[in-house]
Structure formats: structure tokens, C-alpha cells
Write a protein that binds this ligand. Sequence first.
Ligand SMILES: [Zn+2]
Ligand SMILES: [Zn+2]
Length: 340
Amino acid sequence: MARRNVCDTCGGNLLFSPDSGLMECEHCGNAIALKKSKSASRPLTRRYSETYTMTPTESTSQTYLCSSCGATVSFEETEVKKRCPSCGDISLNRQQRSIYVPDAIIPFVVSRDKAISIFREWIGSRKFAPNNLKQMAKLGKISGLYIPAWNFSFRLVVGYNADVTRTEERNDQFFTKHFYVDGVEEKTFANVLLTANKRISNQTVDELEPFDASKMIPYSNEYVFGFSGLDTDLDIHESFEEVRHEKENALKSKIRSNLKEKYETIEKLDTFDQLKGCTFSHTYVPVWANHYTYNGKQYHCYINGQTGKATGKAPKSFWKIFGLIGGIVGAIALAAIIIF
Ligand SMILES: [Zn+2]
Ligand SMILES: [Zn+2]
């Protein structure tokens, strides 16, 4: 059952306000403090192991399936004009299903009005964008969206051993000297944020970063009133293994290049890796999503709901790019004329 957050004064919906950090009535402006009690017992971070299984929870929010992009979206308030925050479509169908409710949340700090002005500024600063883009871009429904993510902190230890050689000179003669070397390369990775929804790429998350993880608090659905949340539909182990592999490879190339600096040949390099002290938070991160149209084509812009940093796609003007290339070709031609 959807839990309504109703204003005592007028019966309107109470929504979370990023400006005040309070629940505010959308009709009369009545403001009250958040209760926050419901999920206070949830752990903020969990220890990661390869056997960890996520359990879906019967949702208290309203869950919808977008028939356009396939996203599962949750809303808290009962009367909201529903639009898929992932693709901007309106074809949302009510679902009765369990979802993965996060342990933690980074609440919105950037208000809707602020997000709209950031979008206007962003669109006005696009290089190669058509001149009329700022006037012609139709602001879609800008929606406040919580993206599910895993915030990992871990230490990786890569041990190695190898047979190496170095040429040494003695009495004007050169010898190839063989050595056996071993050692350890280790590094701590803190707050590595990975998307938990397949419609939002890690590239988008990277472009929106940084999120201030110190502002992460235990999840409470009150922060979602007035916003929406995407469900977790990626596998935590697959996602983590990918990033672990990438970090391991970085440490291995560091080992290789350190050895190359000291020795001439490296043979039989063996490495062993170990994951130490891995913890994670399953958290919601705040993003303003705007799916806007220009000349009938859809583009998107995402804004970090904590810092206001914007990223996205904008149309490019053929003539501006043509002009730039023309300019470069012209400059080369001119240089050629001057030189010869
Ligand atoms: Zn009210
Ligand atoms: Zn959609």
C-alpha cells in the first residue's frame, strides 16, 4: 500500500524540499521535519562477499514499468503526473512487485528551479550547437530521479614473483645476471560508485561525479516524495568483478613497468591477487533528468542533484563543424602558401 504523506492543514501532498530539507506541502507551503525513523535500523554499509545475495523488499511505494524503455520506477506520492524519468515517456504501467530498496540515500540539495536554470546555462554553453538551440529546445518534464548505485570501498593486494635479468659489467666484460624477485603492490580504493541500473551507464555516473559520500544517510522513503527512484536491475557481483578486474590490471601494469625500469628482461611473471576489506553501500544518488527535444529529436541532460554538475547530449550544427573544419583547412592552405 502506498503510504501517503498528507498535510495536516489542507490535505495536500507533502514533498521533500531540497532547499529546506523539510517536507513541504505543495499546496499551502506548510513545512514539517522528516520522521526518518522507519529505516534507521538499516545498515549504511555492508561487508561484501562473493556469496552476498540481495533480497527484494515488498515496496511501500507505487511501482511502474515503462513500456518504452523497460525501466522499473517507484514514486511515493499518490497524485503525480507520471512520466518515466529514464526515457521521458509517459507509457507507465502500474505493477505489483518487490523491488530492491536501497540501504542508503544521498538526498537532493539542488532544487527543481535551480536544475532548470542549470539546464538553460548548460544548453547555452554547448559548442557546435545550433544558434537557436537555447530558444528552440523544448524543456521536457525535468524530473528528480534517484539512481540506484553501489558505493564500494576496498583494498586490493597483488603479490608477484618473476625471473628477471640484468646485464652487469665486470673487468670490461658483460654478464647477464639472473635474479628471482618478489613483492607486493597494493592500493585502497574508496567510494567507487557503480550504477545498479542498466539504463544509466557508468560513464554517465563518472561524468556526474563526484558525489559527496559523507552526506550519505540511511534510506528513508520521505526523501523520495516529489521524486522517483529507478529499481536495481544489474547484478552486484558482475558489476563489481568488472571494476575489480580493471583495478587489478592497473596494479599489474604498474608492477610490470616498475620491473622494466630495473631489469632488462622479465620472465615467468606470476601474480596473485587478494581482495581485502571490501564494503559497499547500496545507495540512491540524486540526479535531475531532462529529456528535451530539438527539431523533433530527443536528447538528454543529467544534472548531479547534489552539486549541480551537468552532462548530456546536445545537437550539433553541421554548419558550425563545417566552418571549423573549413577554418583549419584554410589555415593549413595559407601556411602552405607562405612556406612554399
Ligand atoms: Zn497543505
Ligand atoms: Zn522509460
